[in-house]
Write a protein that binds this ligand. Structure first.
Ligand code: S5P
Length: 473
């Protein structure tokens, strides 16, 4: 194989400055290796730094699109700095140790969720260091799909990164590097054989791809949920075989209780709007709780809190409704910022949850992609409180322990007179990623709500089974 003369020059230079050494070495983890890389030394050689940066630009970065570059700490940081300056793209820095005080940010620099970031690394063995950086960046809502590296040790790192949706482009592989060095008389054939045998014998462990929530059954997701209510809801769905949430948007307590008496066995969650009930009493709450226990469903008060933390805390625990006393979970907007989540933290340590609104079903709503992404990032800081998101699209979040609650569902696509948009069960479950499906008037306003509830339950469950069967891919 013919190599670019600049790559050959660089390989020889790396050898001559002891950035790559051959012999008998023991790695940090105690494994014997015939080859050793120490690219930390390159900072002492500005010409090497320059040629590495230029080659990374020409060989690996030409076709890539990115808003930021981020070096994996620490060896790659100076290279990332040079690349940032050469490409005029801003740099991000990941802290290895999160600050114990102050902002607790793990990523330094200015960025917005939804922007792309290219990773720069010196050597990849298992890919785990790159993945740590990728995960922190992805947590902040940044999109990371590519990494450029100086050397791929060919010990499974590229595969591990690939299965975590990160493509690797390298200047050298271990094979190409030793090939260049043997051709140029720097190492012997015997060394080449030793290195090749070593590579065969010492492959890094496989790093599993994060689980795809869309294909995982609810019982598995119950195990992955960090919020107690999400855990319970997944378990209820799996045991009752229903992912139907009934939105009881009725204004009379008798009507609500009568309806739940009839359909309670078919639903996993009952969603209320306490403030539309005209004869609300504490006794109503006692009775709805009894029904919830009898039929094994949870209660979601769809209050859509949207005020400053202090006010929300009062709205949640005081007043006529004392929602915090009885609702297993509530809905909230992310608009006011994190204070709202602090205000909704579980009273007296009992299990409580919050569904954050990341999207809305109504026509012309003002939620933007940036707002949605920022909502998901905000939620990731409160894993024990967040049950999931009220949202409409499959790409809103990935965490299989969270629940996608999707309203705006009827058997036929349609709209109402006030901007509500309805999609079908097939569409919301198979295409849009819904886990729990909210149906209000589709059941409540039907001639026979019970018949209709059973029809919805069966249709929705069939769609879910089809989805987890994996036949969609
Ligand atoms: O984006 C949303 C969020 C919610 S929680 N769109 C919605 O429609 N909802 C609620 O779901 C809404 O407040 C109502 O209670 C229910 C939908 O009712 P339907 O009668 O239109 O099915």
């Amino acid at each position: 194989m013919a190599y670019d003369s600049k790559l050959v020059e660089l390989a020889i230079k790396l050898f001559s400055i002891d950035a790559v050494k051959f012999g008998e070495f023991t790695t940090k983890s105690g494994i014997k290796t015939p080859v050793y890389f120490d690219l930390r030394v390159i900072v002492s050689y500005p010409d090497v730094m320059e040629s590495i940066s230029n080659l990374l630009l020409d060989v690996t970065m030409k076709d890539l699109k990115y808003d930021h570059v981020c070096g994996v700490p620490y060896t790659a940081l100076p290279i990332a700095t040079i690349l940032s300056v050469l490409t005029k793209k801003s740099m991000l820095m990941r802290r290895k140790e999160t600050k114990a005080y102050g902002t607790k940010k793990s990523i330094e620099g200015h960025y917005k969720a939804g922007q792309t970031c290219l990773i720069v690394e010196d050597v990849v063995t298992s890919g785990s260091s790159v993945l740590e950086t990728v995960r922190d960046l992805r947590k902040e809502g940044l999109l990371v799909t590519d990494t450029v590296i100086i050397l791929d040790r060919e010990q499974g790192g590229s595969k591990n990164l690939d299965s975590n949706e990160v493509q690797v482009k390298s200047l050298f592989t271990m094979s190409s590097l030793i090939d260049i060095l043997v051709k140029n008389g720097k190492i012997t054939e015997e060394t080449v054989i030793k290195v090749k045998n070593y590579l065969k014998e010492t492959q890094a462990p496989v790093i599993e791809k994060p689980l795809n929530r869309i294909l995982l059954p609810y019982e598995k997701r119950a195990e992955l949920a960090k919020n107690g209510i999400a855990k319970q809801l997944f378990t209820i769905m799996a045991t009752k075989k229903t992912n139907l949430c009934l939105s009881v948007d009725l204004t009379s307590t008798t009507k609500i209780l009568d309806l739940l008496e009839q359909v309670g066995e078919h639903v996993c969650l009952v969603k209320t709007h306490a403030d539309i009930i005209e004869d609300y009493t504490d006794d109503f709450i006692k009775r709805i709780k009894q029904l919830a226990d009898r039929f094994n469903f949870l209660l979601l008060e769809d209050r859509k809190y949207a005020d400053i933390g202090h006010t929300v805390s009062l709205q949640y625990t005081k007043g006529l409704y004392k929602v915090g006393d009885w609702a297993d979970c509530v809905t909230a907007h992310s608009l006011p910022g994190e204070g709202i989540l602090k205000a909704l933290n579980a009273p007296n340590g009992c299990d409580r949850g919050v569904f954050l609104l990341a999207e809305m079903s109504s026509e012309g709503n003002l939620i933007t992609p940036d707002y949605k992404e920022a909502t998901v990032v905000m939620a990731s800081k409160y894993p024990e409180l967040i049950t999931g998101f009220v949202c409409q699209n499959i790409d809103t979040f990935k965490d299989p322990g969270l629940i996608q609650l999707t309203p705006g569902v009827q058997l036929e696509s349609s709209k109402d007179d006030l901007g509500q948009v309805y999609n079908t069960p097939e569409k919301v479950i198979l295409e849009k990623g819904a886990d729990v499906i909210v149906v209000g008037r589709g059941i409540v306003a039907a001639k026979s709500p019970v018949t209709q509830a059973v029809l919805y339950k069966d249709t929705l469950w069939k769609c879910y089974l089809k989805r987890v069967s994996g036949k969609l891919e």
